[in-house]
Design a protein around this ligand. Structure first.
Ligand code: 5GP
Ligand code: ZN
Length: 122
C-alpha cells in the first residue's frame, strides 16, 4: 500500500511495541515532537480496536519517559487529528506527542484549543 506510515524505515523507529511504532515528526512543531503510529493501517482513531489503542497509549507513555530524559520538556500537548476537517493529512492514524518548553510561545494558555487559533485563549 502507498502509505508512508505503513512503510516506515526501520532506522527511523525510536521506540516500538507489539502494535505500535514511534518516530520523530519530520516537520516538528517543537524539539522532540513524536508521532505514535499503529502497525496496522487504521485511518481514524475512532476506527481503532481496543487492542490497537492499548498498544498506542502504552507507547505514548514510554515516549513520554524517553522525551523527559532526552529533552526535559516542561509540559506536553497530546493530540490526534481525526479527519480532513480536523486537519488530518496523513490518513494513517497517529498520535502527536508534542513536548512544550516554558517560553516556546509568549502565552501558552489554552493549548490544544489552538486548533481554532482565535479561540485558544479564553
Ligand atoms: P496530521 O496533520 O495528519 O495529523 O499530521 C501528519 C504529520 O506527519 C505532520 O505533523 C507531518 O509533519 C508529519 N509527516 C508528514 N510526512 C512525514 C514523513 O514522511 N515522516 C515523518 N516522520 N513525519 C511526517
Ligand atoms: Zn498505512
Amino acid at each position: 500500500m502507498d502509505c508512508i506510515f505503513c512503510n516506515l524505515d526501520d532506522s527511523k523507529i525510536i521506540l516500538e511495541n507489539e502494535g505500535a511504532r514511534a518516530i520523530f515528526d519530520i516537520f516538528p512543531v517543537n524539539e522532540g515532537h513524536m508521532l505514535i503510529v499503529p502497525k496496522n493501517h487504521i485511518v481514524s482513531y475512532f476506527d481503532a480496536r481496543e487492542e490497537d489503542k492499548k498498544y498506542l497509549w502504552k507507547l505514548v507513555e514510554e515516549c513520554k519517559k524517553y522525551l523527559d530524559e532526552e529533552y526535559k520538556p516542561d509540559g506536553y500537548n497530546v493530540g490526534i487529528n481525526c479527519g480532513e476537517a480536523a486537519g488530518q493529512t496523513v490518513m494513517h492514524l497517529h498520535i502527536h506527542l508534542i513536548p512544550r518548553y516554558v517560553g516556546d510561545i509568549e502565552n501558552p494558555r489554552g493549548g490544544v484549543r489552538g486548533v481554532i487559533p482565535e479561540k485558544r485563549i479564553y
